[in-house]
Design a protein around this ligand. Structure first.
Ligand SMILES: Cc1cc2nc3c(=O)[nH]c(=O)nc-3n(C[C@H](O)[C@H](O)[C@H](O)COP(=O)(O)OP(=O)(O)OC[C@H]3O[C@@H](n4cnc5c(N)ncnc54)[C@H](O)[C@@H]3O)c2cc1C
Length: 510
């Protein structure tokens, strides 16, 4: 069923559940409900995986630093979900060796007890002993799941032998394993397509927004035509991430659930740094305890991230101050490798949909997830608050269980071991930058592409990896346009739109 056919069907058929938001949490819930035979419609006002889910650091991780906040349940769940992702989506999630350069032995030893007592708002640098204790717990959470090896500690001599460009001031390195999500955008899309394969009862529409609720009717707007239409769902699941409160306001609910924080990343074309890190992510802390990561992304290096409270999720961009900070941080760990602004091929920023809290330090806000229930007229509304990319499946399961209970339906299947998309068959071909026309035609036919930027930013990694130039954008518009039936003007407009988005949001000038 294509987009127009789905829209047509909605004129005479109302789904039981309406999910607002095609980020990872909305899509995960969509897949779980679809698998359990529930009549469900998912809408996103933009493309799938274009909000917080596209801005993540691409780590499938337990979040070792949350142990210090005493969040053992959260870390244990995320570690288990990390393992499941590596097993269920092996073509898109790979084990990621992660190395922590350590500059002190005992520093940070009293952070955890002080935090428990409420006497420490701002974390400091952690030393070798604290990191060792954390990694012992972390390994214990992995348990017997054979997905990743246990951590190792190297002294200064061994560390410098392994990573000769590393700052000689280090005293140890610790290496443990997390997961690398090669393309969060493609993984999300695979989940959408898997869900739709369950049957006609599950349909997802991008570029359709939630406009309001009137009595039993929800009003949706087709963002491509500006036409509105109504459906009568029994249940609404608000998975609008950083826009949860905004969406609730649209439907008449005055909520203040989200305390958004911004995070940015750079993608660098720096072969020296890429060689120095090998296949390892380098994960470390600034002197004030803020986390920094240097990450191998194909032949490029990704650097992140910041954690800054913001008001408006639509206006975030990677600023020059953040760029200065990231460059300075690389210098702390690899002091003799030169990083310059000219090496930046892509920048991106996004907003974490964290729970609203009074905590002053953004890094300390819990990454836990929970569901808030409200009523809009007769319709219950579940808002999916917080969470991490890594634990989307568990969060979706929680939301699905609640929806099934409300609809008085039994759970028929779960998603714990369910392969995702290409899954077990490991078809990674689409991650390579050199596409044939046939591949683009196949994506146009089967992957819900509406705009050229959907192809450049989310169905492929060409933009992230700095592989675009103007003539390639024009050629891709031409090929995609032929497959989607665009005329010459539409192809030109799409090029202008894509180049505008690349310049505005990612500071890529073509
Ligand atoms: C900088 C950064 C780094 C991160 N790093 C990691 C990491 O390494 N590992 C990890 O596990 N997690 C990470 N996270 C957290 C993770 O990315 C988020 O928790 C997760 O992606 C949230 O997904 P979501 O579906 O709730 O929200 P989103 O992905 O934002 O989805 C919400 C969707 O709702 C849509 N929407 C909004 N309003 C409407 C409306 N009115 N009608 C229809 N649709 C609407 C939006 O277009 C959007 O697509 C990171 C987050 C950030 C920002």
């Amino acid at each position: 069923m294509n987009r127009n056919e789905t829209l047509d069907r909605l004129k005479s058929h109302s789904p039981a559940v309406l999910i607002i938001g095609g980020g990872i949490n909305g899509v995960g819930t969509f897949r779980d409900l679809a698998r359990n035979g529930v009549d469900t419609l998912l809408v996103d006002r933009a493309d799938f995986c274009s909000g917080a889910s596209a801005a993540s650091s691409r780590m499938a991780h337990g979040g070792i630093r949350y142990l210090e906040n005493g969040e053992f349940r959260l870390v244990r769940e995320a570690v288990q979900e990390r393992n499941r992702l590596i097993q269920n989506a092996p073509s898109l999630v790979k084990p990621l060796p992660t190395t922590i350069p350590i500059f002190k032995l005992l520093s940070g030893l009293f952070n955890a007890p002080l935090k428990f007592a409420g006497w420490l708002e701002k974390p400091g640098e952690r030393g070798a002993l604290v990191i060792k204790i954390g990694l012992i717990f972390y390994d214990a959470f992995t348990g017997k799941q054979p997905t990743v090896p246990r951590h190792i500690f190297d002294n200064r001599t061994r560390s410098l032998k392994k990573y000769p460009r590393l700052n000689p001031a280090i005293c140890y390195t610790a290496t443990y394993y997390d997961g690398l999500i090669l393309s969060p955008e493609r993984l999300t899309l695979e989940l959408v397509l898997d869900a739709e394969k369950e049957g006609i009862h599950a349909r997802a529409l991008n570029y359709v927004s939630m406009a309001g609720v009137n009595g039993k009717k929800a009003t949706l707007k087709d963002e491509l035509t500006d036409k509105t239409f109504e459906i009568q769902p029994k249940l609404i699941i608000n998975a609008a991430g950083p826009w949860i409160d905004d969406t609730n306001h649209r439907i008449g609910l005055d909520t203040h659930y989200i305390g958004p924080t911004k995070g940015s990343h750079l993608v660098l074309d720096n072969s020296e740094l890429r060689e120095a890190i090998g296949d390892h992510e380098f994960f470390f802390e600034n002197k004030d305890g803020r986390i920094v990561l240097i990450f191998p992304l194909f032949d490029k290096v990704m650097i992140g991230t910041s954690d800054i409270p913001v008001e408006d999720p639509d206006s975030v961009r990677c600023t020059e101050e953040e760029v200065d900070y990231f460059i300075e941080m690389v210098g702390r760990v690899f002091p003799d490798i030169k990083v310059t602004r000219e090496q930046i091929v892509f920048r991106f920023s996004g907003v974490r949909p964290l729970a609203h809290t009074r905590t002053k330090n953004a890094g300390q806000i819990t990454r836990n997830h929970y569901i808030q229930e409200d009523k809009c007229g007769d319709i219950p509304v579940y808002s999916l608050i917080g969470g991490k990319w890594t634990s989307f499946r568990a969060f979706s399961e929680q939301a699905t269980d609640r929806a099934l209970a409300f609809l008085s339906l039994p759970r028929k299947a779960d998603t714990k071991t369910l392969a995702i998309g290409a899954g077990a068959n490991a078809a990674a071909l689409k991650q390579t930058p050199n596409f044939t026309r046939d591949e683009i035609t196949a994506m146009a036919d089967g992957e819900k592409i509406v705009h050229l930027d959907d192809l450049l930013l989310r169905r492929t990694l060409v933009a992230y990896l700095g592989q675009l130039n103007r003539s390639l954008v024009e050629q891709m518009s031409d090929w995609l346009g032929d497959a989607l039936g665009w005329d010459r003007n539409r192809k030109k407009d799409e090029v202008t739109r894509a180049i505008g988005i690349l310049a505005d949001k990612h500071q890529v000038q073509l």
